[in-house]
Design a protein around this ligand. Structure first.
Ligand code: URA
Length: 219
């Protein structure tokens, strides 16, 4: 797996990451969603440098010019519900992309520390030969991303796979390295050291879905 950890270079992205982590800013859920969206835009911009380009002749009011434009057929796939603001950020830049949505949630078994990933809903176009961007804001254990990847297999083999995540845990990054094809790219804004016993990233930011959309009842 090719890991592109954007936190290795200081940029304005640090500000957005600091705000989504900060409990005093998190109370403003609109700001939280918008920051995740802005992070999606930055990650999308960075990964666009890895796409394939073709020459397109553009007519301006004064003359013509040959411009290099991306030629990939992009499919954005997000995991509901926490993935929605990140999806919107990517869609702001890849505005011609096709879209896929999948629901994957942690179904807690006997105790809060053990869970299985349940995939319930999946809407996806043909992926054959396309550039798949799989967005999940929190790469904790990596299990939901791998379960999602497997659920997408019947929809065709993409030409390229890019995982887009906001904050990851080292264990989750290692798990993806073991389970996903070696030519997969991971674009991630920060990688934290630890996962707690409930599978939350530490220091992380808490529950990204709740912060974006409000708390839910457990089932
Ligand atoms: N999902 C979240 O929202 N936060 C985590 O820390 C891990 C998974």
């Amino acid at each position: 797996m090719h890991i592109h950890n954007l936190s290795k270079t200081n940029s304005i992205l640090n500000q957005f990451i600091a705000e989504i982590r900060d409990v005093s800013v998190q109370k403003d859920s609109m700001r939280f969603r918008r920051n995740i969206e802005r992070i999606g835009e930055v990650l999308g911009y960075e990964l666009s440098k890895n796409l394939s380009f073709e020459t397109k002749t553009i007519t301006t009011p004064l003359a013509t010019i040959d411009s290099e434009v991306p030629k990939n057929d992009v499919v954005l796939c997000s995991i509901l519900r926490a993935g929605v603001p990140l999806h919107n950020g990517l869609l702001n830049y890849f505005d011609q992309a096709e879209n896929a949505f999948i629901s994957a949630y942690r179904h807690h078994l006997d105790n809060p520390e053990s869970f299985e990933i349940v995939v319930e809903y999946l809407a996806c176009p043909d992926l054959t030969g396309k550039t798949l961007l799989l967005a999940d804001p929190m790469l904790a254990t990596g299990q939901s991303l791998v379960a999602t990847f497997k659920a997408l297999e019947p929809f065709g083999t993409p030409k390229e796979i890019h995982i887009v995540a906001v904050i990851g845990a080292e264990a989750g990054v290692d798990y993806l390295e073991k389970k996903l094809p070696s030519n997969t790219n991971l674009w991630i804004a920060a990688v934290d050291k630890t996962l707690n016993s409930k599978g939350y990233i530490v220091p992380g930011l808490g529950d990204a879905g709740d912060l974006a959309f409000g708390e839910k009842l457990q089932h």
